[in-house]
Design a protein around this ligand. Sequence first.
Ligand code: CA
Length: 219
Amino acid sequence: MRVLYVEDEKFLAEAVKHNLEKEKIDCDLALDGEDGLNKAIDEIYDVVILDVMLPKISGIDILRRMRERKISTPVIMLSALSEVEDKVNGLDAGADDYLAKPFKTAELVARIKALMRRPAVIKSEKVRYLNLIYDVNEKSLNGVSLTGKEAGIIHELMKTPGKIVKKDFLLNKVWGGEAFGEDNYIEVYVSRLRRVLKKLGSKAEINSVRGLGYKIVEA
Ligand code: CA
C-alpha cells in the first residue's frame, strides 16, 4: 500500500510517515501544494492525504484538479480548522473522508484502511450508441447529468440497442428492492429521457413496446 501525504509542517509530516511505515504503509511526502499536485498527478497511489492549508496550492485546489483530470484516487482531507465549512468544502470538492487536526496516527491508519476496503472505482467507463455517449461514472449523457434512475434506465437500454429491455428487468435492476408498485413511474422517467434525447438532437429514440418494455432505436 502506498500513500501520498501533502503536508507543510515538516515535523508532523515526517512523524506521520514514520508511523505509517511502521504499519507497512509506504508514504511519499510533499511539503507544498505544487509538489503535492505534481506527485498526485504523476504517480499512482492507493490514497492521497491532503492538508487544507498549504503553500502555493491549497489542499482543496489539489483535490479539484485531481478530479478534473479524472484521477479518482481516494482522498482524505486534513485540517486544523475542524469547522463545518471546511469539511463541507472538502467533501464538495470530492474528498472521500475528512480528519480534523490534531489526529492520532491510529485514526488515520484506520481511515486509510477503510478506504482501501472500498471496491475500486472503475475508470472512465462509457457506453456509446449512435451519437450518444453515456458516462457510467458521471451518470451523464453527452455531458447532461441524469438522476440515478434516468441514468440506470438509459444505461440498460444503451447496452442492448434495438432489443427490448423488459419492464420487470428494469424495475429489478434500477429500482432494486424498492420496486414494489413503482411500475407506472418508469413511464415518467422514460418521458424525461425522451425529452433529454430531443434536447440533445439525438439520432436515437426510446420506443415503448406495449406490455413488454422499452428499446432504444435509431429514429
Ligand atoms: Ca498546513
